[in-house]
Design a protein around this ligand. Sequence first.
Ligand SMILES: [Zn+2]
Length: 279
Amino acid sequence: MLTNQAAAAGLDNDTSWTALYEEEADVHGDYVTEVRNAVEYGLNDPRDSAEMACVAAEVADASVKALLSEWSLYNPAGRCDRRLRAPGPASQQRRRPDRACARGRPDRRAREAELPAPAGPGQPANLADALATLQKVANTVNGLVDRHASTTVRALHAAPSTAVLPDNAHETVVAAATLLAKQCDQKVTLNRRHPDETYEDDGSGFGCGCDVTIAAGAEEFNFHRGDSEWVLTRESDGREEPGGVTAFSTWATLSSTLKTAHPQQLVDDILGVVAADRT
Ligand SMILES: [Zn+2]
């Protein structure tokens, strides 16, 4: 948990709040490291979005559970002060002691820091104002989730898909070639290596063997599926090897690795690489 370093931290209005937990996260940050690695690797397609959304939901729930522990914010001065529990019938407090205790915890921490009176109008916000604002925002978010989350998720889940999207790597190549032919001012050629209906995903991570060439002036690009990723090679980077094979030591990796990536996302990447190469 974050330790209040008071004046030694030298906090001011320009202090990055994310920086406050970075040191702690580096020491005890197995979970944080996983997320940071994912972010560093790249979050570029719907699968990444869904996975991060699931992580966020899981973390939010886990955070509540962690904070409900009476010792979650260890305070040498004592345990949670029962007097700081939310007001209500005694029977209600007995049924929900942890939640009542959690509500009182910010006050307890504030009390340790000698909570000042709220600042007056026009005055810089102080700790009391900050706590009140956080509590207000938390209540708003919790209220929104309670009222709308279930209905919204159900509606989204039931919404019909109107987009015609590829079902496998071959269909992705074909769809990307079709879009490229419309959106690229250069000659685009789909090189089919098999009949459409004969492709079966062997699970190897490589594609179907089909590729797309884009003639861009004196250069030619080739779009295809490499080892579990979509790549774009430049002909001039190729090196002839014995047996007539052309090898590449450099290529552009496109932003989505999904076999069924949205073809337009791939086309956007391809057009960006081609345009950058021509400038
Ligand atoms: Zn194919």
